[in-house]
Design a protein around this ligand. Structure first.
Ligand code: FAD
Length: 464
C-alpha cells in the first residue's frame, strides 16, 4: 500500500477557520466552484471566519510559506472562468463570513463578504427594502458588487455599486483599510467596478431602497420564430417605459419546469422577463403593450409575486456543476442587424440548458457619470450574456462553438463589455470593459494598493 504523502503542516497563523488541503476528506468538494468545467487543485483552501483570518491568510500567501504561488479569492465561487480557484496555490475563502445586519431606520445594511444574494434579500425584504443586485440567489455578493452588479432593480435604483457606502479591505500588505467617500476615496472609486484587484473585501455597507415586497414580475413567452418581430416591437416599447421597469430578453429551449406546459418543453422560445419596482397596478399598465403587441404569448408568468420569489426564478436554470461557457458584449441599440443575428442564432440552440439573457440597461444606471465609479458600461443600451451550457463535457464543444459564432457575428456592434461577464480573454478585453481613461486610473490605484500584483487572479488590471 502506498504511504500517504507527507503534507505541509504550515498554514496561516494565527487562524481560526478550517484549513483544507489535498488528501483531506473535504478537499474534493472544497476545490469545486459553480462552473463544473473548471478543474483546479489548490495547495490550501483557507476558510476565513473573520477579518483576522483574512489578514493572516494574506500574509501567509505573500510573505509566508505560500509566497510566490498563485493566490485566489473566493466568496460565492461564481466567477464564470473560475478565477476564484487556482492550481497549486492558496484560496482565501470567505464563504463562512455570512453576517448581515439591517438598519431599517437608517436604511442601510452591512453584509460580510461570504453573503449570497438570496440571504441578503431575505434580511432586507423583511423591512420592504433591498439592495439592487443580481438575478440568481446563489451568486456571491462580493464578486458581483466589485464588478458593478446588474439586476432587476437597476433601472430604478442603479447598480449594486451605486448603493455602496463603504467597504473593509485587507490589502496586499495584510493591513485593513476602510474605503468610503470620506476615507481612501481613490480605493472606494476603484472598488465600484474594478473587481478584486485591490485586496480582499471582508464586508460592505450599502444604502437600501424600498422594494415591494410584492412586485409585478416574470416572463412573457413567445416562440423563437416570433423573435425578430417581437424584438422590433420591444426596442420601440422600451424607449419610453418608466425606470421602474427593468427587462431582459432570454432565448432558450423551454425548460422542463413545473410551470412550463408539457407541450412547450424543449421548444425554442423567447421571453421578455419583466420586473416592475413600483405599485403593481402601475406595472400592469406599463406591461400591457408587451402582452398585446402581436401573437398572443404562449405562456405569461408575469404576475404579482414577492420580490424574493422573482429573484429565485432563474435559480433552477443555473445550478452548480453544469459546464458553462460565456461570451458577452454591450450594444448601444437593438438594430435590425443585431435583432436578426440574435434571432437566427437563437433558433439553433441545441442544449436544453443554454439560456442567454440580454439585459436592458439605461435608467438610473446611465444617470451616474461615466467617471464617478469604475464601472465601464454606463452608456450601454443592452448587455448580452451569451452562454453555452451542458450537463457535462458531452456536447460542450459544439455548444461553445455556437456561442462563439453568435458573439463573433455581433462584435461589429460591440460598444464594450461588462467585466463580470468576461471569461479569461486577455488584457485587451479588460481594457475594453473599462475604456482607456478608467483603465489608466485603475492602474494607478492598483500601483498604490497592490504594486506587486498579488491579486492577479481576476479580470486583472496590472499596476501602472
Ligand atoms: P467568486 O468566484 O467567489 O469571485 C469572483 C472574483 O471576484 C474572484 O476571482 C475575485 O477576483 C473577486 N472576489 C470575490 N470575492 C472577493 C472579495 N471578498 N474580495 C475581493 N475580491 C473578491 N452578475 C451581475 O451583475 N448580475 C447578475 O444578475 C448576475 N447573475 C449571475 C448568475 C450566475 C448563476 C452567475 C454564475 C454569475 C452571475 N453574475 C451576475 C456574474 C457575477 O457577478 C460574477 O460571476 C461574480 O464574480 C460572482 O461573484 P462571486 O463572489 O460569486 O464569485
Amino acid at each position: 500500500m502506498p504511504m500517504p504523502m507527507a503534507r505541509a503542516v504550515t498554514g496561516p497563523s494565527p487562524f481560526r477557520g478550517p484549513l483544507v488541503r489535498p488528501g483531506d476528506d473535504a478537499y474534493e468538494a472544497s476545490r469545486r466552484v459553480w462552473n463544473g468545467s473548471v478543474d483546479r487543485s489548490p495547495e490550501l483552501i483557507a476558510y476565513c471566519t473573520g477579518t483576522a483570518d483574512v489578514m493572516a491568510a494574506v500574509r501567509y500567501a505573500t510573505t509566508g510559506p505560500g509566497a510566490g504561488r498563485p493566490l485566489a479569492v473566493r466568496s460565492g465561487g461564481h466567477s464564470f472562468p473560475g478565477l476564484s480557484v487556482c492550481d497549486g496555490g492558496t484560496v482565501i475563502d470567505l464563504s463562512l463570513m455570512k453576517g448581515v445586519r439591517v438598519d431599517p431606520l437608517a436604511r442601510t445594511v452591512r453584509a460580510q463578504a461570504g453573503v449570497l444574494l438570496g440571504a441578503l434579500d431575505h434580511e432586507t425584504q423583511a423591512f420592504g427594502l433591498a439592495v439592487p443586485a443580481g438575478i440568481v440567489t446563489h451568486t456571491g455578493l462580493a464578486g458581483l458588487t466589485l464588478g458593478g452588479g446588474i439586476g432587476w432593480l437597476m433601472r430604478k435604483y442603479g447598480l449594486t455599486v451605486d448603493q455602496l457606502l463603504s467597504a473593509d479591505v485587507v490589502t496586499a500588505d495584510g493591513s485593513l483599510v476602510t474605503a468610503s467617500a470620506d476615507g481612501n476615496p481613490d480605493l472606494f472609486w476603484a472598488l465600484r467596478g474594478g473587481g478584486g484587484n485591490f485586496g480582499v473585501v471582508t464586508g460592505f455597507e450599502f444604502r437600501l431602497n424600498p422594494v415591494g415586497p410584492v412586485v409585478l414580475a416574470g416572463p412573457v413567452v413567445w416562440r423563437t420564430a416570433d423573435s425578430a418581430r417581437l424584438l422590433r416591437f420591444y426596442r420601440e416599447w422600451i424607449t419610453d417605459v418608466p425606470d421602474g421597469l427593468t427587462t431582459a430578453v432570454v432565448h432558450r429551449r423551454a425548460p422542463a419546469l413545473p410551470y412550463v406546459p408539457e407541450e412547450l418543453r424543449g421548444e425554442h422560445v423567447v421571453m421578455v422577463v419583466c420586473c416592475y419596482a413600483g405599485p403593481v397596478e402601475e406595472g400592469e399598465r406599463v406591461v400591457r403593450p408587451l402582452r398585446e403587441w402581436g401573437p398572443p404569448p404562449v405562456l405569461d408568468l408575469c404576475a404579482p409575486k414577492p420580490f424574493t420569489e422573482h429573484q429565485s426564478m432563474f435559480d433552477p436554470s443555473f445550478p452548480h456543476g453544469r459546464w458553462y461557457y460565456f461570451r458577452s458584449l454591450d450594444v448601444e441599440r437593438l438594430t435590425d442587424e443585431v435583432i436578426d443575428t440574435t434571432a437566427e442564432h437563437a433558433a439553433r440552440i441545441v442544449s436544453p440548458y443554454t439560456a442567454f439573457p440580454v439585459f436592458q440597461l439605461g435608467g438610473a444606471v446611465s444617470r451616474v457619470g461615466a467617471e464617478e465609479t469604475a464601472f465601464g458600461g454606463r452608456s450601454a443600451g443592452h448587455t448580452f450574456n451569451i452562454n453555452a451550457t451542458c450537463a457535462d463535457a458531452a456536447g460542450f464543444a459544439e455548444e461553445r462553438a455556437w456561442a462563439r459564432g453568435l458573439w463573433s457575428a455581433l462584435t461589429p456592434h460591440q460598444t464594450g463589455v461588462y467585466a463580470n461577464f468576461l471569461m479569461e480573454e486577455g488584457q485587451e478585453r479588460v481594457r475594453q470593459a473599462y475604456g482607456p481613461r478608467t483603465y489608466a486610473r485603475l492602474r494607478e490605484v492598483k500601483r498604490h494598493y497592490d504594486p506587486a500584483n498579488v491579486f492577479r487572479l481576476n479580470q486583472n488590471v496590472p499596476p501602472g
